[in-house]
Design a protein around this ligand. Sequence first.
Ligand SMILES: [Zn+2]
Length: 439
Amino acid sequence: MIGRAGKPATRRPAIQLKVKTILNQIQPHAGFVFHDMRLCGRRGRPERIEITVRAHAGMARRCSQCQRAVPGYDRLEEREWRHIPLWGLETWFRYAPHRVACPEHGVVVEYIPWNEGKRRLTTAMMGFLARWARRLSWRETAEAFQVSWEAVYRSVEWLVHWGLAHRELRGVESIGVDEIHWGHGLRANNFLTVIYQIDAHCRRLLWVGRRRTQATLRRGLKALGPEVVKGLRFICSDMWQPYLQVMAVQAGQALHVLDRFHITMHLNQAVDQVRRAESSRLQAAGKATAQQLKHTRWPLLRRGNRVRGRARQKLNALLASKLQTARAWELKETFSHFWKYRSVTWAGAFLDYWSYRAMRSRLEPMKKVARMLRTHEPLLLNWFRAKGEISSGAVEGLNNKIRVVTRRSYGFRTYQAMEIALYHTLGRLPEPESTHRYC
Ligand SMILES: [Zn+2]
């Protein structure tokens, strides 16, 4: 081996690169050979790459149903599959499939490793598009790789179905059940029921379904299977009656915990109701104090010690007033002490004290929350029994991620597409193993 200046080369020679060699290195298909590759174009401009695949002459064909080696039968016409683009050019596999005569399955199409049913994309291409569709919107993915939106959707769907069929549900001990609003309007179909796994070692979306009725949740639990439901130790949810009832019947062994984040939400809503009612009453009466309530919505809803700056001054002035809103806010803030208790008994005593004050506040929204908390006192106190076992922020965190998916313009045309997108981004689903990871 002679180097440039006639001296022996010290470096190993690089592999002489043929595209066929690359394909054989990164994506060999046993029983098939890459026969030839063509760069097709018009007027000297390359447009697409065609890779013709042939059956390996020395190897038996396999049955697509059982993958056993079986005798050939006949050949079908050549088909095309869209593959991952090379150098930004559309790339196609061309192959004329054989039919085989399987003793068990009769005359069927042979097993083709890059093929999935009647799809026009190779499995590698579907995996490629689906992975990109997690980083980009589906529309952007379609544009970037010059395929249709539908092709991206079908690819994600394929990966999700594969993942759902192969996922492991053993070891699920804590779940969160919640409702999510979706789309416009408040019709029954605008709500989704979601079931999350909220164990410390794994947080993911387990199931999503339309509506928020008992039937919805029963469907979800059925999908998870009786083994999972019977193995549950903790369930975290809001005080939504249909969920409470179904859970009590189907997973009575689990400790049902009312989620802190939901209770805070109810308290915030009550404060806001008081503020709105008071604000319109004062304005109607032409009182100057109406000014004090302007632009106070967000400072009132935040946790008290997190309000700073000018908002803080405004809040302080409001609190010094004799307004109903100030009293409602004070009740809400006092309730945050509840979560700091360690003993169930003391937490229970605090709850009694707080409800007593709320009931005497003459603020109807606050009284309503107090009544609700009292009704669910045992479930509320379960929070202390489960302390340290479940994270109170898990459901909230997953809800926020769901909103990112449902709100971002992914161009979902149907509910089904959105459901697929949710499993795809939050399901932590397994993926089929491939010989090469293209992205
Ligand atoms: Zn077979």
